[in-house]
Design a protein around this ligand. Structure first.
Ligand code: PLP
Length: 380
């Protein structure tokens, strides 16, 4: 018997209590029962984002959430500064071009985060920039950006809206929408929120809400003015993914019970434990500004990715994420985002040890697992 275990940064595992809620008979979205749930979800999302501002729930994946912000806040000819340090940053360079916006790209080497100076230079060269798009946790490279610092730099030196792809950061990294002066933040359901894919959540500042009135970009489904209007009545403009909203209600309850600060802390511990485990096995970490959501690791030179990955999957039921683009076959990524505990971290390192052993990589058996256990016991 093999248990299947996902260690991917989206979709992530779903808690049993959340699955059970989603298995209940469906309810109708235009009735008080649903409104009550939706209202509670919206309130708890504010807690998740640490804000008093509205957090809109859209039925689409995370990319749709980001698209809704591009089409709702800006107009053709506007200049957007976009940081590209991986697959998702690259997407936020490509997407605004489709809407005839001017895009100024800050290109970062994979595994590195944008610096204060790079942001300042971009703002200096584009004094009329309307928005800066940043990826808090770049999932393709497991790299975290110091959003608090970068947001401050943007706010002090421009009128550009600070727009954050928080899709693998929310629920893993400290994030304070109001205190940090963020204007837009988007997350998705299949990441830190521990439910299946299909919902995006969009938080908007007052400045962002005002910008929506001036936007001339054509839009219909992704018009955030509609979503905001319905939001005031605990409603949605179109049929929402009711089942997922019921699921996120249960997931947010777990987050609230645990406490968001504790959840951030536990993600930091899980990330540190995994880093300790793979380092003890003699492998090297990929990112120089590592995320708490996902850890990319260089494959040892003599290890063939296909063989290693198929051993993990077929023999042990474990799914990790591979590298993308030029890092395909060179790195692999271990997710610790969402519903994982200390023993899951022991499990994934044990599975790495057994699989690496089978593909001919040599190390002292047990040192990875021991490093993980030691880390947890010595760092509460
Ligand atoms: C997963 C992810 C996305 C894309 O979200 P989809 O739900 O696949 O559309 C965007 N940005 C980051 C950082 C992600 O991890």
């Amino acid at each position: 018997m093999i248990k299947k275990r996902l260690f991917t940064p989206g979709p992530t595992p779903i808690p049993e209590s959340v699955m059970l809620r989603m298995a209940e008979p469906i309810i109708h979205h235009r009735n008080p029962e649903f409104r009550e749930i939706f209202k509670r979800v919206s309130e708890n999302l504010k807690y998740l984002f640490q804000t008093k501002q509205p957090v809109l729930t859209l039925t689409c994946s995370g990319t749709g959430g980001i698209e809704s912000t591009f089409v709702s806040l800006f107009s053709p000819g506007d200049t957007i500064i976009s940081v590209n340090g991986g697959k998702f940053g690259e997407r936020w360079v490509k997407m605004p071009k489709v809407f005839d916006y001017n895009v100024f790209e800050i290109k970062n080497k994979w595994g590195t985060a944008p610096t204060e100076n790079e942001i300042l230079n971009a703002l200096k060269q584009n004094p009329n920039a309307k928005g800066v798009y940043l990826t808090h946790s770049e999932t393709s490279t497991g790299t975290a950006t110091d959003i608090k610092l970068i947001s401050k730099v943007i706010r002090e030196n421009s009128n550009a809206l600070v727009c954050v792809d928080g899709i693998t950061a929310i629920g893993a990294h400290e994030f304070r929408f109001d205190d940090w002066g963020i204007d837009v933040c988007v997350t998705g359901s299949q990441k830190g929120l521990m439910i299946p894919p299909g919902l995006a959540f969009v938080c908007l500042s007052q400045r962002a809400i005002s910008a929506m009135e001036k936007s001339t970009t054509p839009k219909f489904y992704f018009d955030l003015r509609k979503a905001l209007k319905s939001f005031a009545d605990d409603d949605t403009p179109f049929t929402p993914a009711i089942t997922l909203i019921v699921g996120v209600d249960a997931a947010l309850q777990i987050i609230k019970d645990e406490g968001i600060e504790n959840i951030w802390h536990q993600h930091e511990r899980k990330a540190n434990a995994i880093r300790a485990g793979v380092t003890a096995l003699g492998m090297k970490l990929f990112s120089n500004s590592p995320s708490f959501a996902v850890t990319p690791v260089w494959l040892p030179e003599n290890v063939d990715w296909k063989k290693f990955n198929s051993t993990l999957k077929k023999t042990y039921g474990i799914t990790v994420a591979g590298g993308q683009d030029e890092f395909t076959g060179k790195i692999f990524r271990i997710s610790h985002l969402g519903y994982y505990d200390e023993f899951d971290m022991v499990t994934i390192i044990a599975a790495l040890e057994m699989s690496l052993n089978e593909v001919g990589y040599s190390f002292t058996s047990g040192v990875g697992v021991q490093a993980v256990m030691n880390y947890f016991q010595n760092n509460k």
